[in-house]
Structures are given as structure tokens and as C-alpha cells.
Design a protein around this ligand. Structure first.
Ligand code: NI
Length: 152
């Protein structure tokens, strides 16, 4: 399911307020910074983000409006691939449009960790994982190690 494209949410009804709350709880339980629908088997375009020094944020049907030319390398992990970390290059800033859990539209300009997490979570909605954004030899090395550890 992590490889499938998530579906648009229409309409954004009251159920999504509860779903978003459950996802934020799961995010905190997993000590993560972002969690997308497909990671909990919900193939819908929703993710939650909570980075240090910020409030929890809910993104429904997000669109990336703009990304900076400026790229930055940062070490990423993912709750769905526990114990795996790798440097990933991404735009340093992003402007995103989405709806919140109450169905209200908003636009957010983000930089730093927040931008990083938003881009990582948007990828999840397309079935893309952060390991897809590193070189093939590095990916193979990391996945071999991951599989070996999982079988142990
Ligand atoms: Ni992830």
C-alpha cells in the first residue's frame, strides 16, 4: 500500500476530524514528525505533521504550489521503514495549499524541517518513499541491511 497513489478526499466531512486526531496520536506514539494516510492503510490524501516548536498540522488534498531552487541535504527516516536513515536532497522551501480537518483551505510557506517533512509526506501520497530519492547503490545497501535485520 505504501506504493499506491492515495485518493482525493471528497467531501472533507466530520469523519476526517476524528481520523486526523487519531493520526496525530499515532504520530506522537511513534515519536515521528509526519504520518500519511497510506502508512496506516488509509489510501486517502491526508497527512499530519508535528515538528519541534510548532503545532500539529493536518494537510488534506495537498498541492505543492512552489518549491525553491535552493536544495538542501538532510538525514531522513520514516515510521514505515524503522531503523533506516539516509541523507536526502530536497528543495529547502515549499509553498503548499491544502485543507485542514475542518475542511478549511489554507496556504502555507514552509522552510527548514517543516518543509522537509511536508515534502516527505506529499511523496507518501504518490507512493514514493525517501529511499527512492537516493542513489541506487546506496538504496540497495540500505535495504539489504534492513532485510537482514528484519529476518534476524
Ligand atoms: Ni515516511
Amino acid at each position: 500500500m505504501l506504493r499506491q497513489k492515495a485518493e482525493l478526499i471528497r467531501p472533507i466531512d466530520a469523519a476526517y476530524k476524528k481520523i486526523a486526531g487519531t493520526m496525530i496520536e499515532a504520530l506522537h506514539d511513534g515519536k515521528g514528525v509526519g504520518l500519511a494516510g497510506p502508512q496506516i492503510g488509509l489510501m486517502k490524501r491526508i497527512f499530519v505533521v508535528h515538528v519541534d516548536g510548532d503545532e500539529p498540522r493536518v494537510f488534506i488534498n495537498p498541492s505543492i504550489i512552489e518549491t525553491s531552487q535552493d536544495l538542501v541535504k538532510y538525514e531522513e527516516g520514516c515510521l514505515s521503514i524503522p531503523g533506516v536513515w539516509a541523507d536526502v536532497v530536497r528543495p529547502s522551501q515549499v509553498r503548499v495549499q491544502a485543507w485542514n480537518e475542518r475542511g478549511r483551505p489554507f496556504t502555507l510557506a514552509a522552510s527548514g524541517i517543516l518543509a522537509r517533512v511536508i515534502l516527505h509526506e506529499c511523496d507518501h501520497l504518490e507512493g514514493v518513499l525517501f529511499i527512492d530519492r537516493i542513489s541506487a547503490p546506496k538504496r540497495n545497501r540500505i535495504l539489504t541491511k534492513f532485510e537482514r535485520r528484519r529476518r534476524a
